[in-house]
Design a protein around this ligand. Structure first.
Ligand SMILES: [Zn+2]
Length: 395
């Protein structure tokens, strides 16, 4: 029995090039879902599509894919996403000096079709080299990752048996992601009181002025090495001659540490509370006894986007890819990421999932590119960790 796979480099690149030429902006993943379903079924996988698409107003659902193994090792989950950021349509891949990039008018879509190419490669190898030991494999292939991790949030993980997963969706193929921050979304509204700005400004309470005072008080940007916050959008007002009645603000806070995340959110909410209280005192004569009640006032629509994830170097999900990479003679490193991933959601849902790099570079830009050698390395790492796991794993 052979112990390891020989990567099918030509098929890997061909699959990748075929996929980047299928338009798949978020919520329009139909073409990708169909291509993957046909390909994976032809390679011996069972493919189910869920109804997540209809829930996010998209045209395709998540794919839940099952590939039978040939050992009794515990199953492993691998995950990637089908959608890309814009400009996404009409990608023309160009290969120069061993690097694939787009013609320059679109992204390339290696984020995350490089991850998908690794998944297809695993299915290809299982068929091409059936004697190599492998566990049962489960692939969780998501829609709408780029617009708020929508697909992974809707996937039913009870349909998987894996107790551990790998999300193939990061830059450097030789780095293992051991942590990502948690994030809280904060949509604020500040209510003031409208009045004619020329005739009776003293009868109004400017929500804009209140908001400005709140923002001047608030700490955001880089808070510490683990924590960031931002107020990214502010909207309100109707005309120059009307005292602003309402302001809305879209904000967020992120941290790798749940306590620091809560402290930052408390601080931000506290700024609204403190400034509005002060103004309410000063403008009592404008609202006391009215139906509206105290003005100015604030409210927040607050939601956890994803929880912080922290793996230790002793966790099997970190040890396995590190050992797989070292067995290939590579210097493996760990890193932490600045954003949430489908790995955050799968972990939160009970399948601890470590994010691995697949070689994509300059992502979310028209300069996006990937070196073919990095794509090959990413696939090698995936298949090596799978075969290593099937042969007893690492202790
Ligand atoms: Zn991605």
């Amino acid at each position: 029995m052979k112990t390891g796979y020989n990567i099918l480099e030509k098929d890997l690149l061909d699959d990748f090039l075929a996929m980047v030429q299928i338009d798949s902006p978020s919520k329009s993943e139909r073409g990708m879902a169909d291509w993957l379903t046909e390909k994976l079924v032809s390679l011996g996988c069972k493919v189910e599509e869920d109804d997540a698409g209809s829930k996010v107003d998209g045209n395709a659902g998540n794919l839940l894919v099952y590939l039978k193994g040939n050992t009794d090792a515990d199953p492993l989950l691998l995950s990637a996403h089908m959608d890309t950021v814009e400009p996404a349509n009409g990608v023309v891949p160009i290969i120069e000096d061993g690097v694939v990039r787009s013609k320059g008018e679109t992204v390339l879509g290696s984020d995350d079709k490089a991850g998908l190419a690794c998944i297809v490669q695993l299915a290809r190898l299982a068929k091409d080299q059936p004697d190599v030991p492998r566990p049962d494999l489960e692939f969780s292939i998501h829609i709408s990752e780029e617009v708020g991790l929508l697909g992974s949030k809707l996937i039913d993980v009870s349909k998987f048996r894996s107790k551990i997963g790998f999300v193939l969706d990061d830059t450097d193929a030789l780095k293992v992601n051991t942590g990502s921050p948690g994030a809280v979304r904060l949509d604020y509204t500040v209510y003031g009181k409208a009045s004619h700005a020329g005739v009776a400004p003293e009868k109004g309470i400017s929500a804009l002025k209140v908001a400005a005072e709140i923002l001047a008080k608030m700490n955001f940007g880089r808070i510490d090495d683990e924590t960031t916050a931002n107020v990214g959008k502010i909207e309100g007002g109707t005309a120059s001659n009307v005292v602003t009645e309402k302001i809305t603000m879209s904000a967020e806070a992120r941290s790798h540490d749940p306590k620091k995340l809560k402290a930052q959110v408390d601080h931000m909410n506290g700024c609204f509370e403190e400034v509005c209280k002060k103004w309410q005192e000063a403008s009592k004569h404008l609202w006391e006894g009215t139906e509206e009640g105290p003005l100015p006032r604030w409210e927040v629509d607050q939601g956890e986007d994803y929880a912080p994830v922290k793996f230790s170097e002793d966790d099997y999900g970190v040890k396995l890819p590190m050992a797989a990479g070292r067995s290939l003679g590579w210097d493996m490193e760990t890193k932490v990421s600045g954003g949430g991933t489908d790995g955050s959601i799968l972990t939160q849902k009970g399948i601890p999932s470590v994010v691995l790099g697949v070689g994509m570079r300059d992502i979310h830009s028209t300069k996006e590119n990937i070196a073919i050698s990095d794509l090959n390395d990413a696939a090698k790492l995936c298949v090596t960790l799978v075969t290593m796991h099937a042969q007893g794993g690492v202790s």
